[in-house]
Design a protein around this ligand. Structure first.
Ligand SMILES: Cc1cc2nc3c(=O)[nH]c(=O)nc-3n(C[C@H](O)[C@H](O)[C@H](O)COP(=O)(O)O)c2cc1C
Length: 220
């Protein structure tokens, strides 16, 4: 599976099989996490074989079942653009996981926050987590706002690379599927901004930027 198939095939999965993630895949995920942490200054961590974090009332209410593994997005509260960085690097990991045949779901609210096993230094906080593992199914395509609501460039004026980026941005996961972002083009430079004060809009912004870059090959 390549990155474009991963962008298309990724959907939130909330029910997981008991099948553990193989050692080889854990190792590969941890290598990518180390690279992300070096580049971003975050302290992202993969926590495996720990059902406690999703074995809570709120997680069950959030329709999660059988979550035994998760990625914790952790960073220093003083980090510049902490939430956006969590979104950007977390989405890189989500797509890498998808290419390894694993399923994921971003989770900002419906998990047992007090039960998350991630290590934290003084000044660090857990921004949110990503459930990861082998899903019972592979999820469904989310409803999307029309492209004209999310991008101010008419489709007929879009360069091919920009169109690919916009399509991938529309496929991005966002909290409560809010899609609170706007994409524009100034000369040859794509720009994406967050709109409104919905939950996790800055995390969403990082996710959407990563998807756009992965599909278009152009930096935002
Ligand atoms: C930042 C963020 C936080 C999220 N938090 C939760 C959550 O707490 N509980 C949940 O069930 N889904 C959560 N989601 C998943 C979204 O509901 C889901 O991504 C959205 O509905 C789009 O569906 P898709 O991921 O299948 O494309 C979150 C997604 C993002 C990006």
């Amino acid at each position: 599976m390549d990155i474009k198939e991963a962008l298309k095939g990724r959907h939130s999965v909330r029910k997981y099989l008991s099948k553990p993630i193989e050692e080889e895949k854990r190792k590969r995920l941890n290598e990518i996490i180390d690279e992300c942490n070096r580049e971003s200054g975050l302290s992202i961590q993969l926590i495996c074989d720990d059902p406690d974090c999703f074995n809570t009332l709120i997680a069950r209410y959030g329709r999660f079942r059988g979550v035994n593994n998760y990625i914790a997005l952790v960073g220093n509260k003083d980090t510049l653009d902490l939430e956006e960085k969590c979104g950007y690097y977390g989405e890189k990991l989500v797509l890498e996981a998808q290419m390894m045949g694993l399923n994921t779901c971003w989770v900002g609210g419906t998990y047992g926050k007090g039960k998350c096993k991630a290590d934290r230094d003084a000044g660090e906080k857990i921004v949110l987590v990503i459930a990861i593992g082998y899903g019972e199914e592979s999820g469904t395509v989310h409803r999307s706002k029309p492209v004209q609501k999310l991008c101010d460039v008419p489709e007929s004026d879009m360069p091919a690379w920009f169109k690919e980026g916009v399509e991938a941005a529309l496929m991005a996961p966002t909290a409560i599927n809010q899609q609170s972002f706007r994409i524009s083009l100034s000369g040859n430079k794509p720009m994406i901004t967050a709109k409104g004060n919905g939950p996790f809009v800055k995390v969403d912004l990082g996710i959407v930027k990563y998807n756009f870059e992965a599909a278009s090959g152009h930096r935002v």
